[in-house]
Ligand binder design. Structure first.
Ligand code: FUB
Length: 378
């Protein structure tokens, strides 16, 4: 991530958005001190949107949530989002005002049903090595244990990935004492393949620091937002198989290469198609769908491959730009339908760092391509 400019789109859009947000009956979050945070892991039912209006309304409205990673465990949908809060840290090009400090886990029986906020599942103060900025997490399940993967800056201000474990999908999670060895950057997305192997996809440019890593070394003086030469292949997301205990990387990290239709890598100058952040992997009809945010061009795009490592061939846009700067999603199947969980900043009146998680149905064409979703029509 990101140079966090204010809301893109017209003043008119912003005005309409604000009116709509004000018109809905939802309670507005009150900064960081939402009631459920006082009671660690307490279960608080939230007003869920329902029926056909579901996709345009936040899943919860007493806190701000973003970067939703949705999974189905025991036939229930669990959502692992960032917990956005108001911040005293000034806005800068690296998203320093995205100063999140804990995670709330949400769940629901089915899309359209009641959403439960399970309270704080992990707090930054319980991560021994953490410095600041608890960003987009993901979760996985294996052999009776749940794993919460999270990026946070360490005390040297370098993003690393940590893992925390629990016997419950809703936590509380206990963080391992150190970051995952060899981890860097942001936005972990953990995918379980049909053979039981788990892979982590990750990375984010600009504030996500991916451009500062060369040959396993971090350059603190490296560019903040500048990347490769524009004619070079774009910086890639990363993929790595996880160890059987789910706590470490089982192999060296590899590049997630995205090709165009001619089989050439997408170039750095191709801002409409190149990877920026927010990786996700799902499998559909035996194919591997790698989806991601294009960052400064604000779409969720996708590419298809034949195995978890790729290469992946660019296909198009899954989700057009949402209100707010960031776009971040997950894709999950439940009860025979596919859904995209995403966020936007409508409910906060367009504040980029105060986002709300939403859900919409995702549909495929007969040839396996995804029908593009325009969030403004939901
Ligand atoms: O929530 C903080 C950052 O914003 C995430 O890590 C990015 O993907 C973007 O959504």
């Amino acid at each position: 991530m990101i140079k966090y400019f204010p809301l893109k789109g017209s003043v008119l859009t912003l005005g309409i958005t604000a009116i709509l947000a004000g018109a809905c009956e939802n309670k507005r979050p009150e900064g960081q001190n939402a009631a459920s945070e006082d009671n660690k892991n307490a279960v608080a039912d939230s007003t869920a949107a329902s029926g056909s209006k579901l996709s345009s309304e936040p899943l919860v409205t007493d806190i701000y949530t973003a970067d939703p990673s949705a999974h189905v465990f025991n036939n229930r949908i669990y959502i692992y989002p960032s917990h956005d809060v108001e911040s005293t840290v000034p806005e800068d090009d690296l998203g320093s005002h995205f100063d999140m400090k804990d995670y709330h886990i949400l769940s629901m029986d089915s899309v359209g049903g009641k959403v439960t906020d399970h309270g704080v599942g992990l707090d930054i103060k319980d991560i021994p090595w953490a410095g600041r900025q608890l960003w987009a997490p993901d979760a996985a399940f294996k052999n009776g244990k749940y794993y919460l993967y999270f990026p946070v800056k360490d005390k040297q201000d370098i993003f690393r990935m940590g893992v925390a474990t629990s016997t419950s999908p809703t936590g509380p999670f206990k963080a391992e004492p150190k970051p995952i060895a060899g981890s860097f950057s942001i936005d972990p997305a953990v995918f379980r393949d049909d053979d039981g192997n788990h892979y982590m996809y990750f990375g984010g440019i600009w504030g996500g620091q991916l451009q500062r890593w060369k040959n396993g070394k971090y350059d603190a003086n490296g560019s903040k937002t500048d990347l490769n030469k524009p004619e070079d292949p774009a910086l890639t997301a990363k993929v790595v198989k996880l160890s059987s205990d789910m706590l470490s990387f089982a192999e060296p990290v590899k590049d997630v290469v995205i090709l165009d239709n001619a089989g050439k890598p997408i170039l750095g100058k191709d801002h409409d198609r190149r990877f920026f952040e927010a990786s996700w992997m799902h499998k559909y009809n035996g194919k591997y769908y790698f989806s991601y945010s294009t960052g400064d061009t604000h779409t969720i795009s996708y590419a298809i491959g034949n195995n978890p490592y790729g290469p992946f061939t660019y296909q198009g846009v899954v989700l057009k730009p949402v209100t707010g700067w960031t776009n971040h999603h997950s894709i999950v199947e439940h009860k025979g339908k596919w859904y995209i969980f995403y966020h936007d900043s409508k409910f906060s009146g367009g504040k980029t760092h105060l986002r709300s998680v939403k859900v919409a149905e995702l549909k495929y064409n007969p040839d396996g391509t995804i029908q593009t979703i325009d969030p403004e029509t939901l």
